[in-house]
Write a protein that binds this ligand. Structure first.
Ligand code: FE2
Ligand code: FE2
Length: 259
């Protein structure tokens, strides 16, 4: 029998409005898309800034398997207490050696061994270790022990993200971008079978500027002074994608979701 594995990946959850809409919609999404694994980017889950141990537990209790993150994971000191011990919570793998936490997590489902890797880009971001080289190193150490590799590539520049997709085509089963909070329409299956999308968007208020209060954001761009950072509340949605991956580790279908 041909077995497929469906991976549901959910864009950056922004603050309480994002957590509430995720809680409201997640089970329906899992059922509708027959999701076997749920990955959520949680870097903005606590008031827009990082995540807390309680929110990690809340996510795991509603059916999330792996929580990825990015640059904002460092915005809350509380999370430092669990970064080493909570295996399902990732920070980008290409932070310098010695930084707390870990950048990948392996789970078993339906007879597959799946590794979720979190990496972060460097263009217009912190100049951390090279994500392209880091992937090579991780791939060499993991390829004999896992069947499927999924990457959350957390980055600002579309060029860096698309280049990364080509870099890992045929080695990762799927790559999805996060961080910009705006879903792109360039989902594709690359020639060697990697499912790819530049950004999967966000989960939270769309009556906003990427999840943040729009009046404050406009004021900031008008004045370039310090303006209060506030999570927005209206018109909440979930942005996500589903990758259908076959038993050869190739993506057969990629579906964008906004709900
Ligand atoms: Fe984010
Ligand atoms: Fe980010």
């Amino acid at each position: 029998m041909k077995q497929t594995l469906n991976i549901l990946a959910i864009g950056d959850v922004v603050g309480r409005p994002g957590r509430l809409i995720l809680k409201d919609k997640l089970q329906g999404l899992i059922d509708t898309h027959r999701a076997d694994i749920v990955i959520v980017n949680g870097e903005n889950a606590a008031g827009g800034r990082s995540i807390t141990p309680d929110i990690v537990q809340e996510f795991l209790s509603i059916g999330v398997d792996v929580i990825t993150s990015g640059n904002h994971i460092w915005d809350n000191n509380e999370v430092l207490k669990i970064l080493d011990s909570e295996s399902a919570l990732l920070r980008p793998a290409n932070y310098p050696a010695g930084v707390k936490g870990h950048g990948y997590h392996i789970i078993e489902r339906k007879g597959f061994k799946i590794c979720v890797i979190n990496l972060q880009g460097r263009l217009f971001m912190e100049p951390i270790d090279c994500p392209f080289q880091k992937f090579n190193t991780l791939y060499d150490s993991l390829k004999d022990s896992v069947n499927i590799i999924i990457v959350d590539f957390h980055a600002e520049a579309t060029s860096e993200k698309r280049a990364f997709g080509w870099h890992v085509d045929g080695r990762a089963s799927a790559v999805f971008g996060t961080h910009t909070h705006v879903m792109t329409a360039d989902e594709d299956i690359l020639p060697a079978g990697t499912g790819y999308i530049t950004d999967i968007g966000m989960t939270g208020s769309f009556d906003s500027v990427i999840g943040i209060n729009k009046e404050n954001s406009v004021k900031r761009f008008l004045t370039f002074t310090r303006v209060r950072f506030e999570v927005a509340e209206g018109n909440c949605k979930v942005n996500a994608v589903v990758f259908d991956i076959n038993n050869n580790g190739r993506t057969e279908r990629i579906t964008r979701i906004t709900t």
